[in-house]
Design a protein around this ligand. Structure first.
Ligand code: FES
Ligand code: FE
Length: 431
């Protein structure tokens, strides 16, 4: 229980005009809003944690964050995935300081309290020094109450009574399946997890992956020329005309060009892919759209790129900083050399030094670097592109907009605003 006196909430209605397509820059810079975001956006939401392929036997673990809260994801003795707050109940040190690995229990390196895979406190050095009624059973690790997975992607939430993960994904699952469900075998992780720090508010990255194909031709112009066999920038009108953007009421979003010849860029992956079988399984609309290209965000801070199997979290680290964690996932059915081709393709394009990633990170840091200026901070940003263009297009589920559009961005911030203005479960005891 947090003392309610420490918690003062701001009404953010005046900062997000989702209907008019205007956004106040305080949402990227204000420290108080940032604290409120941790309480009301991150704590109640389903947050991406890891891929099921990272856990094969009891004791396999991976440490990550939910908002700024450190957590351990591990497989217990019954092979169930459990998630614990990575903080010792004694004086609060992390009980696991490794990024990933395998263990029989988590022993705190401060005074030696040890917890088993079920989170139980099983060893207390010099326990005879505590009062007789000290009961280790009451001092287990704090557990994340709900953990669930969707096609290999593991999510958790602190919300004691959440809507189900599947329900919170809604129609977004159809778009996610374009990357996750190429065949019965599902996906696995190749390589490790890349982690890097960027100057910039986490929402700049999350909203871009939800809504922004618009930047591609300008920001990535040189990268596109390098990638193209002709050495010229591809014609963007075709992409503009044919692509769609998925606009989810829960703040998720995805954009993708639509073309019968959409293909994996990496040659080896392209040659291996069984397009007719995927057409059969997922339908034309998905193979010609979100299967091989585009961008997506699952609200709030999980994003992915289907063309290279990049999945990533934008970990918030204060209003001005984010830590990007990125995995490469591939079809389990891919032979070794195809997996390797996909891994290398992803590294070249969207690894920490990838030719596209560099452009994106530079933009976010640029926006953030000046946003604290007193006058600058008061000048609203424009999210009006594609205003009113959302509709049911008869081919893709839910509402879609033009590809070059801020529609999913407006919906992302509308969802953010609603959560920011809604008391979360932990405020129930407050006025
Ligand atoms: Fe963990 Fe003391 S802080 S044992
Ligand atoms: Fe980009």
């Amino acid at each position: 229980r947090r003392p309610s006196a420490m918690t003062r909430n701001l009404d953010v209605s005046g900062l997000v005009d989702a209907e008019g397509g205007l956004l106040d820059r305080a949402v990227f810079t204000d420290d108080q809003l940032y604290r409120q975001e941790l309480r009301r956006v991150f704590a109640p939401s389903w947050l991406f944690l890891a891929h099921t392929d990272q856990f094969h036997k009891p004791g396999d673990f991976f440490t990550t964050y939910m908002g700024e809260d450190p957590v351990i994801v591990t497989m217990d003795k019954n092979r169930k995935l459990r998630v614990y707050l990575n903080s010792c109940r004694h004086r609060g040190a992390r009980v696991c300081r490794a990024d990933m690995g395998a263990t029989r229990n988590f022993t705190c390196t401060y005074h030696g309290w040890a917890y088993d895979l079920e989170g139980k406190l099983v060893s207390v050095p010099n326990q005879e020094g505590y009062p007789a009624d000290f009961s280790p059973g009451q001092w287990g690790l704090v557990e994340v109450p709900h953990v669930d997975s969707y096609r290999g992607l593991v999510f958790g939430t602190w919300n004691p009574e959440p809507v189900s993960l599947r329900e919170s994904l809604g129609d977004m699952a159809w778009y996610m399946d374009a990357m996750l469900d190429h065949d019965d075998e599902g996906t696995v992780v190749v390589g490790g997890v890349h982690k890097w720090v960027l100057a910039g508010n986490w929402k700049l990255a999350a909203e871009q992956f939800a809504t922004d194909w618009y930047h591609v031709n300008m920001s990535h112009a040189s990268a596109l020329m390098v990638m193209s066999p002709s050495g010229k920038k591809p014609k963007d009108e075709i992409v503009h005309r044919t692509g769609r953007q998925y606009v989810d009421p829960n703040g998720h979003g995805a954009g993708f060009p639509v073309h019968p010849k959409n293909r994996f860029d990496a040659r080896t992956v392209h040659d291996w892919a069984d397009y007719p079988a995927m057409r059969e399984r997922l339908g034309e609309a998905r193979v010609e759209g979100p299967l091989t290209n585009g961008h997506a965000t699952v609200f709030p801070n999980f994003s992915y790129l289907p063309v290279n199997g990049s999945v990533r979290i934008w970990h918030p680290k204060g209003p001005d900083k984010m830590e990007v964690w990125a995995w490469t996932i591939v079809d389990k059915s891919m032979p070794e050399e195809v997996r390797e081709a996909q891994r290398l393709y992803n590294l070249r394009t969207f690894g920490p030094s990838g030719i596209f990633e560099q452009d994106d990170g530079e933009n976010w840091s640029e926006v953030q670097s000046i946003a604290h200026g007193f006058i600058t901070n008061g000048v609203a940003l424009n999210y009006q592109m594609g205003m009113g263009s959302e509709r049911e297009d008869g081919r893709h589920p839910g509402q879609t907009s033009e590809l070059y559009s801020d529609a999913a961005g407006r919906s992302f911030y509308a969802r953010w605003r609603d959560l920011m203005n809604t008391p979360a479960w932990h405020e129930a005891d407050q006025k």
